[in-house]
Design a protein around this ligand. Structure first.
Ligand code: NAD
Length: 376
């Protein structure tokens, strides 16, 4: 098969330095499609015209197929595959428009899924109805340290998984990766309940959505495994691990422990009960592999293989994210499925004055952001 690919929200480019971002994700998607013989970039769109023309020049997109709006891009190019690489509030409306266009067989959307729980479910429902493959770019799954950790679990080297501990950045934007990885480690078991508390005493909007820095959230999966995430600290938006658990993920098992992304330590190590630590020599792909994610989603088209980035897995992760926020709003444990919630609870709490964050227009970026370590 040959696929006509279009990208909406290409961004300013590479080597940028805005709030810690070192590259626009549209470029990373395009790099991956360009590597594949079965994909041709036929169009691009960005509301900032110069971003679209700069991208088109780099990826040889014909001048007549460079657009400012996604609707004219869809009408002018009739793509088979669309990557949505825009800020979070636009993910749902753009994805739904793409799915309803007619020519589109697959939408690959950036994470987190959507601004609200209702929008996340609507995206999945519309794509299902239109028979469009919908996937989300939880591409950290393909990073070597996470993949190898999953292999260690599957090999039973430290017994069976009992608890997943997470210390990673913030609870929404980074949290979607951290929880998606937890689900991968736990064989995609669904969560049964979630309980959490969030701190939003300081304003922090990330990719268009208020994002709690400091959170403590626990949950239990249907298979009995527990999860607990402690994110952020008194310095907001640390993109890497912080010292609550000293690592991004600690996988506590019946016969030992696996740790991934230790603060100032190895990227992957494990310890069997009664023995010392074994460190694994592994490529630093904690930032993920967008190229392998694109291979997975394109490979799933016209095949029996379902992408592991599919909407069902993303919804399961997103449900824990929104349930964690809802638990903070209701001050209680939330049983899943998450019903009666349509909004982003944190956004509503801010709008209704239930919480009043300190505004931070002139707050300097944390050093980790300036160093580009705060990638989503
Ligand atoms: N998967 C990951 O690991 C990862 C890492 C970082 C960011 N992201 C996600 O990628 C997305 C984009 O992040 P980025 O860093 O590339 O941002 P960016 O600002 O570099 O690019 C986004 C672009 O979208 C454009 N845009 C906004 N609304 C639009 C619309 N309606 N139509 C067309 N263009 C529009 C903006 O003008 C901008 O140029 C976000 O959702 C973010 O969470 C994912």
């Amino acid at each position: 098969m040959a696929y006509r690919v279009a990208i909406v929200g290409v961004g300013p480019g590479r080597e940028i330095d805005i709030s810690g971002r070192t590259h626009s994700y549209g470029y990373l998607h395009a790099d991956a499609y360009a590597e594949r013989e079965d994909c041709t970039l036929v169009g691009c769109a960005d509301v900032v015209a110069e971003y679209a023309t700069g991208f088109a020049a780099e990826f040889d997109v014909p001048d007549e197929h460079v657009y400012e709006g996604h609707e004219s891009m869809l009408a002018g190019t009739d793509p088979d595959v669309v990557s949505v690489c825009t800020p979070i509030p636009t993910h749902a409306p753009l994805t739904i428009d793409c799915a309803r266009h007619g020519s589109v067989a697959a939408v690959h959307c950036e994470k987190p899924m959507a601004r609200t729980w209702a929008e996340a479910r609507a995206m999945a429902q519309v794509c299902d109805h239109e028979d469009v493959q919908l996937t989300f770019d939880h591409q950290r799954r393909f990073g070597a340290p996470f993949r190898r950790a999953k292999e260690l679990l599957d090999e039973g080297i430290v017994g069976d998984l009992e608890r997943i501990e997470i210390s990673w950045g913030n609870f929404f934007d980074n949290g979607t990766h951290a929880l998606d990885l937890a689900a991968m480690f736990n064989d995609e078991s669904r969560a049964e309940w979630v309980m959490g508390q969030l701190d939003y005493s300081t304003e922090h909007v990330r990719y268009g959505v208020p994002t709690a820095d400091h959170a403590l959230v626990s949950w239990q999966y249907e298979n009995g495994v527990h999860g607990i995430a402690a994110t952020g600290d008194d310095v907001p938006l640390t993109g890497g691990p912080y010292d609550f658990y000293d690592c991004w993920h600690r996988l506590v098992c019946t016969e030992g422990v696996i740790e991934i992304g230790r603060l100032d330590g190895p990227l992957l190590r494990y310890r069997r009960d009664g023995e010392g630590w074994s460190e694994l020599d592994i490529a630093d792909e904690t930032g993920g592999r967008v190229d392998l994610a694109i291979d997975d989603i394109v490979g799933a088209l016209d095949s029996d293989h379902e992408s592991e980035l599919e909407a069902g897995n993303a919804l399961a992760t997103t449900e824990v994210l929104f349930a964690g926020h809802e638990s903070s709003r209701r001050r209680g444990r939330i049983s899943l499925p998450l019903t009666g919630v349509y909004d982003h609870p944190l956004e509503t709490m801010i709008e209704t004055g239930a919480i009043s964050p300190e505004r931070t227009d002139d707050r300097p970026a944390h050093p980790a952001e300036r160093d580009g370590e705060a990638e989503g």
